[in-house]
Design a protein around this ligand. Structure first.
Ligand code: KIV
Length: 275
């Protein structure tokens, strides 16, 4: 691609400027092939640590490593040209100190080419967000249902059903936004809380299971594409049934192989006759 025809990637300031404007579309991506397909259609690609479950079959996100995130983050950047790419900092790579967070976030940006990192947590992470942002690392926060805190929360149930929980999560979102996060993922909270957060912070809110009141939406691609079998959370809308299509394709292939219908003559290299 020549310099003049190069597609310009959507930047962090462009995403931040969408507050109250056209809603922001975000999907997760973990591989080159998915990134290529999604890139023309979304504003952001999130290399979420949900890849621990989706790609690696782990029970939770807690076993995801920085090396996994860097490998998949770099693949998604290579597979995309237009979307703003955000990479999750995995569990225990940023909570210890702002310095630890800076070291690992800097590695993620330098080794993947992504535009921003995402980290989970509220008031307790505000100093870290401030430390990163002041040193040139754009941060997307993540409040409400924070999957890395599954052990402390006791599961993945929706949050903000009581006044006390609402008060806490609103305070978390405000603290992260005041610390300089350009965006905050709001996960698994009741609609009035998502609306209140969106109306009271300057950062763009990206909802997942948090209603259309947010400034944008994110879904795990495998969920919305119907690729990740089993339980589908209430907040997921399925836009395709790719799992069923893959199963049908695999069955048809095996039937062809067993009937010696594949490969056909059109798939076989012809012998070259001299002269
Ligand atoms: O890990 C992830 O994919 C996420 C999104 C679901 C917000 O954090």
């Amino acid at each position: 691609m020549s310099a003049t025809t190069q597609i310009k990637r959507i930047s962090v300031p462009e995403i931040a400027a969408r507050k109250g404007q056209q809603p922001i579309s975000v999907l997760t991506a973990y591989t080159v092939s998915t990134a290529r397909l999604l890139d023309p259609h979304v504003d952001c690609l999130l290399v979420g640590d949900s890849l621990g479950m989706v790609v690696y079959g782990l029970d939770s996100t807690l076993g995801v490593t920085l090396e996994m995130m860097i490998a998949h983050g770099a693949a998604v950047v290579r597979g995309s040209a237009r979307a703003c790419v955000v990479v999750d900092l995995p569990w225990a790579t940023y909570q210890e100190s702002p310095q630890q967070a800076f070291r690992n976030a800097a590695r993620v940006l330098a080794e993947t080419g992504a535009q921003a990192v995402k980290l989970e947590g509220g008031e307790e992470m505000a100093d870290t967000v401030d430390f990163l942002v002041r040193r040139g690392i754009p941060v997307m926060g993540h409040v409400g249902l924070t999957p890395q805190a599954v052990n402390a929360l006791g599961g993945y149930r929706a949050r903000g059903r009581s006044d006390a929980e609402q008060h806490k999560i609103l305070g978390d979102a405000r603290a992260i936004a005041e610390a300089g996060a350009f965006s905050v993922v709001v996960e698994g909270v009741v609609e009035p809380l998502a609306r209140q957060i969106t109306e009271s912070i300057p950062a763009v809110t990206i909802g997942i299971g948090a209603s259309a009141a947010c400034d944008g939406q994110v879904l795990v691609s495998d969920d919305m594409l119907g690729l990740f079998g089993g339980f589908t959370p209430k907040f997921v809308k399925r836009y395709a049934a790719l799992g069923e299509q893959i199963e049908a394709a695999a069955a048809a292939y095996t039937a062809d192989v067993q009937a010696r219908v594949f490969p056909g003559p059109e798939h076989v290299f012809p012998v070259k006759r001299p002269g």
